[in-house]
Design a protein. Structure first.
Length: 239
């Protein structure tokens, strides 16, 4: 075999080994980048484009009608609980307590991540609502009427933001699975409660989840940079 071809094959082998090593070393971060940032970014872009054009989503009204058809006292109490917990009586107090706890424990990088993610998410939601100007559903009179704009859902965005912050901070610890289980129940229930109560379109909820994921994962990657285990950085206590 000619010398040049041997050298070319050797170079390909070296590149392949380097690529395999890189993928193995950064598999978790690459997965987070794709699932937590790029995929939600695509989803939000699709939803936002349709809302900006004033298009109706085929699933919005049928799912709202389904929620209305299930209305009864027992469900009212359950979904009112999750709706309240998804904002003023749950998410907001826990947000404040989390940032204060991290500050008191001098976990500065973790506190910075949590604070910027939470506060920035709230401001981003307010700005997006004004930018899109989507009105709330008005298919029936809700038992908890809302007068603010609809897209994206603040409850969905706030609950997802808190869940992702807690999950990313807890991931290297024994609390990762309890945090994941709690998020898997709490976040969908908050979103469903807003549809059941008739104050948000399902597309508002999906957009809120997508926007929160984009923001939180983006801030996480910025604050912790290229470290494989940012929570073990020198000078910082483990979470």
């Amino acid at each position: 075999m000619p010398r040049g071809r041997i050298d070319a094959l050797a170079s390909l082998v070296v590149e392949a080994r380097f690529g395999a090593h890189f993928l193995h070393r950064h598999a978790g971060r690459l997965s987070l980048l794709f699932a937590g940032l790029l995929l939600p970014l695509w989803g939000f872009a699709v939803l936002a484009d349709e809302v900006r054009d004033g298009a109706a989503f085929l699933y919005d009204e049928p799912l709202l009608r389904l929620g209305q058809s299930l209305a009864r006292d027992g469900f009212d109490r359950v979904f009112l609980f999750f709706s309240h917990a998804g904002y003023a009586y749950g998410v907001v107090p826990v947000d404040i307590a989390l940032v204060l706890l991290l500050a008191l424990r001098r976990q500065l990088r973790e506190g910075l991540f949590a604070g910027v993610a939470i506060i920035g998410s709230a401001l981003l939601n307010l700005a997006a609502k004004q930018a899109f100007g989507r009105e709330r559903p008005s298919l029936w009179e809700s038992i908890t009427p809302e007068s603010t704009l609809s897209f994206p859902s603040g409850h969905a965005m706030g609950s997802m933001t808190l869940a992702l912050v807690l999950l990313l901070l807890a991931w290297p610890t024994q609390w990762r699975w309890p945090a994941l289980a709690l998020a898997a129940v709490f976040v969908p229930m908050v979103g469903l409660s807003r549809v059941y109560l008739g104050v948000h379109y399902p597309s508002d909820i999906l957009a809120g989840w997508a926007a929160a994921s984009i923001w939180v994962v983006g801030i996480y990657l910025m604050v912790f940079g290229p470290r494989r285990h940012p929570w073990q950085a020198p000078g910082l206590r483990d979470f």
